[in-house]
Ligand binder design. Sequence first.
Ligand code: CA
Length: 236
Amino acid sequence: MELDFKDRRILVVEDEERMVRFIRLNLEYDGFQVSEALNGVEAINKIRNVLPDIILLDVMLPDIDGFEVLRMIREISTVPVIMLTAKGEEDDRVRGLEMGADDYITKPFSPRELVSRVKAVLRRTETATGGTHGLIEVDDRLKLDFDRREVWVAGELVNLRPTEYRLLYHLVKNAGWVVTHDQLLTKVWGYEYRDEPHYVRLYINYLRKKIEEDPANPKYILTERGVGYRFVDFRR
Ligand code: CA
């Protein structure tokens, strides 16, 4: 099955503006929505706010190096990451993969290589998770559209706050699996909040009030006592 990659959000983390322009031009031509971060700090902020579908991450950055950025990304997200490495730096490629990168591209690269690598990684990761794109019909009552950032309950558009939305996104992305309090804290709120589990409880309650028919007896967001939460496995 050929996946349609149009409108996928890609974040390019690279300080060389010529390289960013080259990447942007070629990926936009293929329908990707490209945003950019010129350093590591900007990258982490963008990832928290935008939830890109894939990240191109250069190893050589002016502030925090690419490996450190990768480590920070992996604390908050499983988003696919392709490292951009310099020619001849064999160690960098291995190190990136060991730290959780999904692939690497060695500079210099052709437009064709860039686009085919990005698509290959998306194909691999999206089919593995079932994808979180397009209209997701959990059941007749609850419908989600993460492309448009819309949540529909019984035919009505529900207004979620950004944190509620991010929380729902991470739960649905892992539907059928338990997501721990710690994982939700670091993925939704950030690493510095990992000692404050009451945030998770509070926002799970907000979310249940907005999407569950009976928030006291939830059907979608299930509690795994002492561990975390599990979004119902609606894909089976
Ligand atoms: Ca660079």
